[in-house]
Write a protein that binds this ligand. Structure first.
Ligand code: ATP
Length: 434
């Protein structure tokens, strides 16, 4: 199945309530997006899938949920104040700004004018903290969640029983004043990251780096991305970040071309060393075996929730010809699907049947997001749920009153099963097991 074009996806996302432009009634706000009812569930599930695999399933990883605002010195020590720059070029005619790497020939894509020499543009958002303008401290909205993990390294060490190798994971918002945004939710100024810092003894870092590349690639595949649209791209020496000894991106072939989903970096002990020096704290681990303090190296798999949502949507989008009619459905992994089951009473005016359908809804709603839809022909009701990616369509019909069973229609195959109402919860649970 060929990838849908981006416009098709954007239209579906808006029509069905996955993603809206932010502040739309005021004309929208540059490159910021809101997740609607279906999108909110989708990204909740993406984060759940990540957390379960990276934190819950493992004995060696713990979670963290830190503030977005942090002490300004964090960003000096981390190198972000000095190094978190994109080279910016400007068109003297139309005043448009570009990232230098987006316009390698140095001419404006709009009017062909020669662009200015590049200057460094720090992409951290700054803000004032405190009520009095003059004395207020300049703080930054975090451009990555990772630094909060390094800053809490000692707290986690002192409050838990972690031993090397161990990881600290976090999901949260990050902000970057990107010079050029675009491609829908692929690149925006406010986004959400899922990051793990995995601390190892120096010398074990190369093996951990490779292990996390393999593990993370497997996760993307397990949750449905087509292997032919996934690839690994190791960074060349010239593009490594200021902290990195090695970085490999997991890239996905989006409707607009290949783009980064996740970066796995060997950050060495750069961050802990910088924070130890700047704060005066000892950010080391005591090693019983060698009776010495060691400063761990760290391997970081860092991915984006929004890019994940876009990739899963793009990959799931399917058009099918059914007896001359186009059917559109999202074959999302059921665990990622926003709504797990839709309940369709076949008649609205038969109280017994409506009561049974409501009962079926309530039984499932205690565990999952489900949707009760009594409106329109059954075909139209199926079609609406297909576009939402709902894996199970459950019809309560006249016969249900006699046999206390319902018809379950499967989204991808349109096959149907007759399932006893009392077995329904188990039937759905089995297919949604993490
Ligand atoms: P890019 O090269 O695309 O700007 P990056 O290498 O700067 O990305 P990282 O710093 O490695 O990105 O951040 C980790 C992850 O955070 C990325 O893989 C991506 O999924 C996500 N991410 C980064 N910047 C953005 C953004 N502006 N909008 C949405 N997601 C982002």
């Amino acid at each position: 199945m060929a990838a849908p074009d981006l416009d098709t996806l954007v239209a579906l996302a808006k029509r069905r309530g996955f993603v809206f432009g932010s502040s739309e009634i005021y004309g929208g706000f540059a490159s910021t997006w809101d997740y609607g009812p279906l999108g909110a569930e989708l990204i909740r599930n993406v984060k759940e899938a990540w957390w379960r695999r990276v934190v819950m399933a493992r004995e060696d990883v713990v979670g963290l949920n830190a503030s977005i605002l942090m002490h300004p010195r964090v960003w000096e020590a981390s190198g972000h104040v000095e190094n978190f720059n994109d080279p910016l070029v400007e068109c003297p005619e139309c005043r448009r700004r570009f990232r230098q790497d987006d316009v390698p020939d140095g001419t404006c894509p709009h009017d062909g004018a020669t662009l200015t020499d590049p200057r460094r543009f720090n992409t951290m958002f700054s803000t004032q903290v405190g009520p009095v303008q003059e004395s207020a401290a300049t703080a930054y909205l975090r451009p990555e969640t990772a630094q909060a993990i390094f800053v809490n390294f000692k707290n986690v060490l002192d409050s838990t029983r972690v031993r090397l190798p161990f990881g600290i994971a976090q999901i949260g918002k990050a902000f970057r004043n990107e010079i050029t945004t675009g491609n829908f939710i692929f690149r925006s100024r406010e986004f959400e990251q899922m990051e793990l810092e995995y601390f190892v003894e120096p010398g074990q870092d190369a093996a951990a780096y490779q292990a996390w590349i393999d593990e993370r690639l497997a996760w993307w595949q397990e949750f449905g991305l087509d292997s032919s649209r996934l690839r690994l791209r190791p960074h060349g020496d010239d593009e490594l970040s200021h902290y990195s000894k090695g970085t490999t991106d997991i890239e996905y072939e989006f409707p607009f071309g290949w783009g980064e989903l996740e970066g796995i970096a060997n950050r060495t002990d750069f961050d802990l060393a910088r924070h130890a020096e700047a704060s005066g704290e000892t950010l080391t681990v005591f090693d019983e075996a060698s009776k010495s303090h060691i400063r761990p190296y760290v391997v970081e798999p860092a991915s984006g929730v929004d890019r994940a949502a876009l990739a899963f949507l793009a990959d799931a989008y399917t058009e099918q010809d059914v007896r001359g009619e186009k059917r559109v459905f999202l074959n999302l992994d059921p665990r990622l699907a926003p709504i797990k089951a839709a309940i369709f009473p076949l008649a609205r005016n038969k109280p017994d049947l409506v009561k049974l359908a409501r009962d079926v809804r309530a039984r499932l709603a205690a565990s999952w997001p489900v949707f009760y839809d009594a409106g329109g022909s059954i075909g139209r009701r199926y079609a609406r749920q297909d576009e939402a990616g709902t894996p199970f369509g459950i019809t309560v019909d006249y016969e249900s009153l006699d046999d206390h069973a319902v018809t379950v229609r499967h989204r991808d195959t349109m096959d149907q099963d007759r399932v006893a109402v009392d077995d329904l919860h188990g039937f759905v649970a089995e297919r949604l097991a993490w």
